[in-house]
Design a protein around this ligand. Sequence first.
Ligand code: NAG
Ligand code: NAG
Ligand code: NAG
Length: 259
Amino acid sequence: MASGRIALLCLLGLLLVAASPAAIAAKDDKIFYQITFMWPGAYCAQTKAGCCMPKTDVAPASDFYVAGFTVYNATTNSSLSSCSNTPFDMNQIGDATRLMQYWNNIRCPSKSGQKGWKNAWETSGVCSDLTESAYFDTALALRDKINPLSRLVSNGIKPDFGLYSVKKIKEVIEEGIGAPALIQCSKGPFNKFQLYQIYVCVAEDAKTFVECPSPRKPYTCGDDILFHPFKKWMLKTNSTKSYAAADAIDQLLEAVMEI
Ligand SMILES: *[C@@H]1O[C@H](CO)[C@@H](O)[C@H](O)[C@H]1NC(C)=O
Ligand SMILES: *[C@@H]1O[C@H](CO)[C@@H](O)[C@H](O)[C@H]1NC(C)=O
Ligand SMILES: *[C@@H]1O[C@H](CO)[C@@H](O)[C@H](O)[C@H]1NC(C)=O
């Protein structure tokens, strides 16, 4: 009897010793993701160099582009970077069509986008528990789920050079995903603030949306901001192949605007 009780106590002790650091570690090990969406219409309007059609076979989408998918320590809210040395391998991605559409680089001169993916993986992706292909798939799946343009357009907020309330833009996103988004503006035509980037955060499960940590320097927007159009002539190009791609962009955009 007594030896049984001692054994039980020992077992309990062992369990406590084993459980407590594990519980703390589990809490501290939590991460969350921040996905950044960039509006190309604003980017093309705000940069002196303009924007360029990417050097890809696939036309960019007429949509917000993923401009970042970063990993944060959920205990401290600090961003994690370069957590391991797993190099980027283009072969892991397989079919890059959707990355070319939704996670491209329209900076001039024309780029293929690969450097951006490499940088995202080697800086942030390696801090997730995901494989390289899962990291990019997760970002694209989140893009599909959040779908900022379609949410905004279906609430009457369209890239038509109109002025829209930042409050309303935030409400539309929050109603859709259940967590607030951060809105970043840039200076557009006539020095007016325009919708530039939208930041959304999601827990480690990549399903539960959470509030993003406030940026160190709060983003400045007016009460009402410009939603700049995005048209094919904004993407500079040298090749006839790309012109065909640009035509496709405008057709897609017109289709989106009619929703
Ligand atoms: C988060 O930060 C805490 C405190 O600095 C640290 O103990 C923990 O290991 C970090 N977690 C991750 C996943 O980096
Ligand atoms: C992290 O950010 C969230 C959202 O802004 C905030 O509620 C939370 O208090 C922050 N945590 C820390 C440790 O700063
Ligand atoms: C077009 O060609 C010119 C001259 O070679 C180059 O400077 C420019 O960057 C190119 N533009 C694009 C969009 O590739």
